[in-house]
Design a protein around this ligand. Structure first.
Ligand code: FUB
Length: 697
């Protein structure tokens, strides 16, 4: 018990402070979990989702009373969905109970490996176990039935990292840091456990340092690589802890001390801290813990997160604890089923395992509420449906916008269902929910527990069950005429985007794209994956014109991020646009690639920086042909230069192989007028050029 005794004595002063701390009133969105106390965050991005694994401090704990690890996920960095306890001390028969400290999870070859520290059940100190699952949200199982590492009093806080060459490393320890090379199976290792050199160059000078702690390093290492540099971020400086970092050109050092990231003395800080660093959707996030929840203290901690940007030289900025957390990355779609345990902030509720699978919200009492941040009701919701259960006589579920006392948009009566896990759906009408708002589910009723909720969703006549737009009677999902504004189109690069009346194909206005300083500048619109589902085909079309004085190409292009994180730019349609003429561009069968995310469509001209106009942009079901200007063409004159010669033959041949530049070229190449250009048309062109025929009639 040497290590435990040391920990206890170091923490005595802090414990005294905890005991005297009073509950704080907390009404913000950080910490990210309010239903239980969480600590030691370990973020992991898998697919398009950010997961965070946490340890779990028991309510009213007076030491590290920790029995299980929980998992939460988000796709917007404000609303977190709880996945419950995914692994616990009862899953490791060899471990001493109630000693479940800081975890980390990593994916390899479709399996998820969680590394967790315990006290060894048969003595000798701490030990590190490994559990495995087929899913990031568990269930995880002890992979080897014994400690992977240990026992040894130093062995806590494993961080796991797989380098570009496939070698996996586990780094761990307090106060000495160790590393070991994991085998590809991730549940065994090769070679000896190595000590990392604890020099002050590597980890800074601890002013009041002793034999065991000559450097700032304390515990909680977090290893990763960014732009060829390895980072080790860790809790430092003794009690209370701050967060510092070191960098190296190899995953095991030699390390060079980098400085303090999160200082001591932050409002609501606990005497420990613990980092987790992760990039997600092009942004960087720093996870840590504090004691900011009501009832919080050194042993009742809470995980929080901040967004940050690295300095240009790759060093860390100073990061402070905030109550608001990061900006929401994207709005929540309320027309898709949302798990009730998807929460930005809540008051009073608990969660539990649901008989239908997953988790449900429970222990709801009068006045409790859940805040869901940034919900986009778009043109307006008409109905709300929720799956509820109640062993008592239920209550009312009120829907408010922007605050728990804000505008009431609907109120659902929940009756008893005969059991806390007897699920029934209830619905109510909704009025006045348009555009983007924070949604508050406010629970009202008598005394005691009222009802449980498993999931909820809104509906509208215009929106499909998957949350996408329903096509109108013409098959159109989007029909932008630009009469009333830019209709969701935004600037790409430095271009100015306005709804202007100087030129238009139909109506009074068109989208005017001006002020371009580069050929890739233009106009862009985001395509929601709820409607524009990857792997499905759509028809995209628009009318475009330019008056640069010359004929020039205008292109309609999709921009998306693929599964490997690369940004791709497939062309939907490219048209050669004569000066001062409206031209129709159309691709009636464009497939959005299966692995596409963050999909946008944009117009640009690869040939210059001239202004151009777009009118009647339509996105529709596949095969939809849309109206455009009458196309002028002469059979056999593929480049519309007024003469029919060998160049036209070459352009027709190229068009058949690689696709035509414009609809006019394609129509001109269809010399027999059978609706498609083909080899018979090429033969006819040869005959024409050889003088065997003198017309294509
Ligand atoms: O949560 C228990 C211990 O406290 C962790 O293992 C340390 O990193 C510190 O956060």
């Amino acid at each position: 018990m040497k290590k435990l005794a040391l920990y206890v004595s170091s923490f005595l002063m802090a414990v005294a402070a905890v005991a005297s701390s009073s509950a704080m009133i907390c009404s913000a969105d950080n910490p990210i979990v309010q239903s239980i106390y969480t600590a030691d965050p370990a973020p992991m991005v898998y697919g398009d989702t950010m997961y965070v694994y946490t340890s779990h401090d028991e309510d009213k704990a007076s030491y590290f009373e920790m029995r299980d690890w929980h998992c939460y996920s988000t796709t917007d960095m404000q609303n977190w969905t709880e996945h419950g306890a995914v692994l616990g001390d009862s899953d490791f028969p060899w471990a001493e109970k109630n000693t479940a400290w800081a975890p980390q999870c990593i994916e390899r070859n479709g399996k998820f490996y969680m590394y967790v520290p315990f006290s060894n059940g048969s003595g000798g100190g701490r030990a590190i176990g490994v559990a495995v699952s087929d899913s990031p949200t568990g269930p995880f199982k002890d992979a080897i039935g014994k400690p992977l590492l240990g026992p040894n009093w130093d062995y806590i806080d494993p961080t796991v990292f797989i380098d570009d060459d496939g070698q996996a490393y586990l780094i761990f320890g307090n106060p000495q840091l160790y590393y070991v090379k994991l085998n590809e199976d991730m549940i065994s290792y090769s070679g000896q456990i190595q000590k990392i050199s604890m020099t002050t160059e590597a980890f800074g000078v601890r002013p009041e340092g002793d034999e065991r702690h000559p450097t700032l390093y304390e515990e909680g290492p977090w290893l990763y690589k960014r732009s060829g540099l390895y980072y080790l971020v860790y809790a430092a400086s003794g009690i209370p802890e701050n967060i510092c970092y070191s960098t190296a050109s190899s995953p095991v050092g030699p390390w060079k001390y980098g400085g303090v990231i999160m200082p001591r003395g932050e409002k609501g800080a606990a005497f420990t801290n613990h980092p987790g660093v992760c990039d997600y959707k092009g942004r960087s996030y720093f996870f840590y813990h504090n004691q900011r929840l009501p009832g919080g203290g050194g042993f009742t901690r809470s995980v929080a997160v901040e967004e940050f940007s690295y300095n240009p030289d790759g060093s860390f900025p100073t990061i402070h604890m905030s109550e608001s957390g990061p900006a929401q990355i994207e709005a929540l779609n309320p027309y898709k089923r949302t798990e009730a345990e998807t929460i930005c902030f809540e008051s009073g509720i608990e969660t539990e395992n649901c008989s239908e699978g997953g988790i449900n919200v429970a222990n709801i009492e009068n006045g409790d509420y859940i805040k869901v941040s940034g919900v986009d009701f778009r043109e307006g919701a008409q109905k709300f449906t929720a799956s509820v259960a109640s062993s008592t006589s239920g209550g009312t579920l009120e829907l408010h916008l922007d605050s728990k006392d804000g505008k009431l948009i609907g109120s659902c009566t929940v009756d008893g269902t005969g059991g806390w896990q007897n699920w029934k759906t209830v619905s109510c009408d909704v009025t006045g929910a348009e555009g983007e708002h924070d949604l508050y589910l406010v629970f009202k009723g008598g005394s005691g527990f009222l009802y449980n909720i498993d999931w909820w969703k809104f509906s509208s006549d215009n929106i499909s069950d998957t949350g996408g737009i329903k096509p109108d009677e013409n098959g159109y999902y989007i029909n932008n005429s630009f009469e009333a504004g830019t209709e969701g189109w935004t600037s790409r690069g430095g271009a100015a985007i306005t709804s202007a009346s100087e030129e238009k194909f139909s109506g009074e206005k068109a989208l005017f794209v001006s002020g371009r300083t580069s050929s890739w500048n233009g106009a862009l619109k985001k395509l929601s994956s709820d409607t524009f589902v990857p792997g499905q085909k759509f028809s995209f079309s628009a009318n475009v014109m330019q008056n640069s004085g010359e004929t020039a190409d205008i292109s309609m292009t999709i921009e998306y991020t693929d599964a490997s994180g690369e940004v791709c730019y497939p062309k939907v349609s490219v048209q050669s646009v004569p000066n001062d003429e409206w031209v129709h561009m159309e691709n009636t069968e464009f497939m959005i690639p299966e692995d596409a995310r963050n999909v946008s469509i944009y117009f640009e001209s690869p040939e210059g920086e001239f202004d151009f106009y777009v009118d009647d942009f339509i996105a529709a079901v596949p095969g939809t042909v849309t109206p455009g200007p009458e196309i002028k063409f002469t059979k056999g004159d593929i480049n519309s230069d007024g003469v029919r010669n060998v160049l036209d033959y070459c352009l027709a041949l190229n068009g058949l192989i690689n696709g035509f530049d414009s609809k006019a070229s394609e129509l001109a190449a269809d010399t027999d007028g059978d609706g498609k250009a083909g080899s018979a048309d090429l033969i006819a062109m040869q005959k024409f050029l050889l003088g065997i025929i003198d017309s294509f009639e």
